[in-house]
Design a protein around this ligand. Sequence first.
Ligand SMILES: [Fe+2]
Length: 269
Amino acid sequence: MDLKRQYPEIRSYSETLCQPLKTEDYVVQVAAFASPAKWHLAHTTWFFETFILHPHLKSYNLYSTDFAYLFNSYYNNAGNRVLRANRGNMTRPTVEEIYAYRKYVDKAMGQLLDTEPANDIKNLILLGLNHEQQHQELLLTDIKYMFGQNPLFPPYDVQTTLSYQEKNAESGHVKIEEGIYEIGFNDKGFCYDNEHGLHKVYLDEFEIEKGLVTNVEYIEFIDAGGYSDFNLWLDEGWTWAQVNHIKAPLYWHKIDGEWHHYTLKGLKK
Ligand SMILES: [Fe+2]
């Protein structure tokens, strides 16, 4: 693993993803299950500070003892934390301070990487980088959710090259035979701890479509009574749709009789 190259590349990509945001966009939390962009930027930094720098770089001084509390997610071993639903109430520390925190931690991480750390520390850094990338996905998901709830449907970035699959590469079904299958990570390289524990599972025979369901196919489902005929649902899904008054997929809006969907580039037909 080439951590000296990977570390700055992956860390700076989180900041690149935030470039289209204005300061206000970093702070709000539009649902309890989403986190503000500012929080993602700080929490991923907290991970390096708490689990790598604090225990493994002798000269390291914590940027702020408050941050250890503010940006813990759910690591019980790392102490108390702010309730998840309250992450959007923190207008302080400011976005500017969070960027300063990232700079401070990245500088110290550069010093640690220059010392050619032992393998167990390198593995922790690799975990931190994978954690950061996991949060990059969450960051985009949460940004899309935030803008997608805004009545103006502001685009995240009209130029973004982040795209979604427009057409299925494959069509048709694939049949999976009944039998015993092995699941779990069984290779060299990085994996999360919850992928460990290679074990066998029994599967009944089933068929599954090779490609994703397209929007055109989904409109056919809606037009065929998809949200009014309980025969098209399993009970749990039908109850969920009724309780939450679901009439279309998230991000879908019927405007003047035509379906539109919200994307990172804005509202599209
Ligand atoms: Fe996390």
